[in-house]
Ligand binder design. Structure first.
Ligand SMILES: C[S@@+](CC[C@H](N)C(=O)[O-])C[C@H]1O[C@@H](n2cnc3c(N)ncnc32)[C@H](O)[C@@H]1O
Length: 280
């Protein structure tokens, strides 16, 4: 069997299992097996494959047909200009979260002083690493309640030689940071209402960690705590920046009004409300 034929049969299988963008996924997985870029598949469609390559590929296609996310199968995912290791212990970083990172950078960029940033619920370390890489004068303290997530975050941080500027803390939200002050507190917390989780696509519901998704009965549990507790940890002129679900801006703004004077909502590329920045 050659590359073209194998891709065609895999595309049929994924389409039958309602996998969106089946063609792209088949190519990503075959490029992974052959250790080549996707372009190679277009240049060499007639290349014959060994039985071992075909068997290994078919195993990956079976996993994908069972709705395992491609990022977990490949073991990595791009985020901003990073290539991050991911596994089932961490949320797969989403493009929407890049808006949170960019918003924080925009708000801190003019500062010439040494910056202290807290990343609450760091997961793969996507936010902490992007911020440390873009802001050379920043040090980041990252917190997660999952030891396994912190292991992944440390691995990713090591890959970018940032272990000297990002420290990791196991614990519940701000508990490991009490008594410290930050110029920015950043978080992409779990924000899906508990009841909605069962209705999510299988890729998310069955594979991503529920501790990364479940935002309590109304999805706002973590915002209540972040908003109430963060003022004590903010330095003068500091701010809280959180990612929100597309329909949560009004509820989160309402919660923040009690503790913060200046509240801004930032939209993502699909024009959905995505980030709230709150300043005292
Ligand atoms: C939505 S994920 C975000 C991961 C990563 N920051 C990102 O944007 O891709 C939320 C993260 O918060 C962590 N988390 C959940 N409850 C927590 C708590 N009480 N304290 C600290 N972290 C928590 C989860 O383990 C998960 O890694």
């Amino acid at each position: 069997m050659n590359i073209k034929e194998l891709l065609r049969s895999a595309e049929d299988i994924l389409t039958q299992h309602d996998i969106e963008c089946a063609r792209l996924e088949t190519e990503l997985l075959l490029a992974h097996i052959l250790k080549v870029g996707r372009l190679y598949l277009y240049i060499n469609p007639e290349q014959a494959l060994s039985q071992e390559q075909i068997d290994n590929y078919n195993m990956l296609i079976e996993r994908r047909a069972n709705h395992e996310p491609t990022a977990y199968i490949l073991g990595h995912r791009e985020f901003m200009d990073l290539d991050l290791i991911v596994n089932e212990d961490v949320l797969i970083p989403r493009p929407e979260t890049e808006v949170l990172v960019e918003t924080v950078i925009d708000n801190l960029n003019d500062s010439t002083s040494i910056l202290k940033i807290a990343d609450i619920g760091t997961g793969s370390g996507a936010i902490a690493i992007s911020l440390a890489k873009s802001l050379p004068s920043a040090s980041v303290e990252a917190v997660d309640i999952s030891e396994k997530a912190l292991t992944v975050a440390r691995l990713n941080t090591g890959r970018y030689n940032l272990l000297g500027r990002i420290t990791f803390n196991l614990g519940d939200l701000f508990k490991p940071l009490y008594g410290k002050k930050y110029n920015a507190i950043v978080s992409n917390p779990p924000y899906i209402p508990s009841k909605v989780i069962d209705t999510l696509q299988a890729e998310v519901r069955d594979y991503e960690p529920s501790t990364a998704l479940d935002g309590g009965a109304d999805g706002l549990e973590f915002y209540r705590r972040l908003i109430e507790e963060s003022p004590k940890l903010l330095a003068d002129g500091g701010f809280l920046a959180v990612e929100i679900g597309f329909d949560q801006a009004e509820a989160v703004r309402h919660l923040a009004k009690k503790y913060f004077k200046d509240i801004e909502v930032v939209k993502d590329l699909s024009h959905n409300d995505r980030v709230i920045v709150a300043k005292i």
